[in-house]
Design a protein around this ligand. Sequence first.
Ligand SMILES: NC(=O)c1ccc[n+]([C@@H]2O[C@H](COP(=O)([O-])OP(=O)(O)OC[C@H]3O[C@@H](n4cnc5c(N)ncnc54)[C@H](OP(=O)(O)O)[C@@H]3O)[C@@H](O)[C@H]2O)c1
Length: 343
Amino acid sequence: MHEFFMRRCLQLAAGGRGRTGINPMVGAVLVRNGQIIAEGVHREFGRAHAERELLWKLEPANQSARSARFGALREICSTDALYVNLEPCCHTDKKTPPCTDAIIKSGLKRVVFGMQDPNPSVCGRGLEILRASGIEVIGPVLEDECRRFNRGFLSLQEGRRPWITLKIARTRTGKVAHDDGSMMKITSTEQNAWSHEFLRARHDAILVGVGTILTDDSRLTIRSGSEERVVGSHPYRIVLDPMLRIPFTARVVNDDHVTRTIIVCALEAGSATKSELRSRGAQVIECPMHQGDFDFSALWRLLITPKDLFYGISSILVEGGPKTWDAFWKAGMVDEEITLIGE
Ligand SMILES: NC(=O)c1ccc[n+]([C@@H]2O[C@H](COP(=O)([O-])OP(=O)(O)OC[C@H]3O[C@@H](n4cnc5c(N)ncnc54)[C@H](OP(=O)(O)O)[C@@H]3O)[C@@H](O)[C@H]2O)c1
């Protein structure tokens, strides 16, 4: 029973994918007599947390036609249970007040949570505050799934860098490209569909080295899969390109998602090229280098710091090629590695 409703929280939470930035993806449901009567989602960085969105819908003034489909939402009943995949927050960040206050004020008597919040300013305190006010707190429920689901957020909290998945496609004989360096079709249609839906669509960004752009002119988009993404939530495309060798004809600086392209270059890369790429809508960020490689700590700082409409990146799929894979292995920056073996 608990697991069923927690799965619904995760399903709702996925609606925020690509928009929550460095915040966790969170969904919440209110259950009365075994039925969901209200739902909430953390939709976007800076917007209401899932619990607040849900409680807001319960207020009579906000009971729109949309919420009416759940039937009349009257007062909170003593048997109602709030399910949420992450411990409710108890701190005030710059934009949102504590969810624990809203929950206590609502009169709820039971909260079921999926995992504890690793953020040091919450980390169990949210649960303690709820318990101290007489609320029954149940959990963690489906903890492993909840942690895996928000692994990007966990990586930021625990390691101060995004979660990194490295993906390699190779033939049975170990080839990753033709001998002359040109692109080789390695994976099947089914493998491609799987990697679009389960890899590309489930990371905040897809990263390649400029060598791959030069040989493959990769699009780095999601072209199959069922996961719905709201406008503006397409994964970022990150190109590591110290001296800006990327051609102006490259797809990633000409297509509809150009504003989601981030080109990382050295401080001394040509300023005219930087301006031209920016004028096309791409983001060009300058990163210090160390012994010929980007300084990854500096790069993470740039990528996990929200600025204006950039909400930060919590997970990256590194697609290659070999020089880029080597740089990540050498730096010990690989959390998960997936190899697809084709013919
Ligand atoms: N089978 C697969 O899964 C797969 C996937 C992708 C690509 N490929 C193939 O791989 C080949 C291209 O690979 P590649 O190894 O030549 O090139 P690459 O890894 O795509 O790009 C390498 C270049 O990117 C820049 N770069 C990468 N990591 C960096 C770092 N940590 N710091 C600074 N700069 C960094 C450097 O640019 P500068 O040289 O300008 O310094 C480097 O030479 C192509 O044949 C492509 O078809 C295969």
